[in-house]
Design a protein around this ligand. Structure first.
Ligand SMILES: [Zn+2]
Length: 149
């Protein structure tokens, strides 16, 4: 399935969960709603990071290369930081070429890890871990659409 369709399904799941939370009396700030939408869509496209033809993977590889090399260039004066960031970029960039399509990234444990990460980041940035629920639901919607659950 194309990333656009997964993102659409993730967006729909965002609105369903947001509606359920509102019915349940749980209110979120605008920033928390935005974070929830972002995590929901990210969760819905993230599993295809293991697909060679996915736009998510191509974008992620470019982002890793850009961020990693930027850190190296900005810290060119500190040889240790330069070498570590260059090596880390090379390792992550190479590792992104290895995973088997519809392997671990298309599993419930990966969905749980992703949502825990989203919860931690959201808690630190927005003051609530609720966007982690949206991340899980987005990820779950991807697995369901791919019939991996
Ligand atoms: Zn998939």
């Amino acid at each position: 399935m194309l990333s656009g369709r997964h993102a659409t399904i993730g967006s729909v799941s965002f609105f369903v969960l947001l509606g359920l939370l509102l019915i349940g009396g749980i209110e979120l700030s605008e920033v928390q709603v935005l974070a929830s939408l972002v995590w929901s869509v990210l969760g819905s496209v993230f599993p295809d990071l293991d697909s060679k033809s996915s736009s998510v993977r191509k974008t992620a590889r470019k982002a890793v290369l850009l961020v990693g090399l930027s850190v190296a260039v900005v810290n060119y004066w500190d040889l240790r930081i330069f070498l570590v960031s260059t090596a880390a970029t090379a390792v992550v960039f190479a590792a992104m070429g290895i995973p088997k399509h519809r392997g671990f990234l298309h599993s419930l444990p990966a969905a749980l890890l992703f949502s825990l990460f989203a919860s931690a980041v959201s808690s630190a940035l927005t003051g609530t871990s609720i966007p982690g629920l949206f991340a899980f639901l987005g990820y779950f919607s991807h697995l369901a659409a791919d019939r991996k659950i």
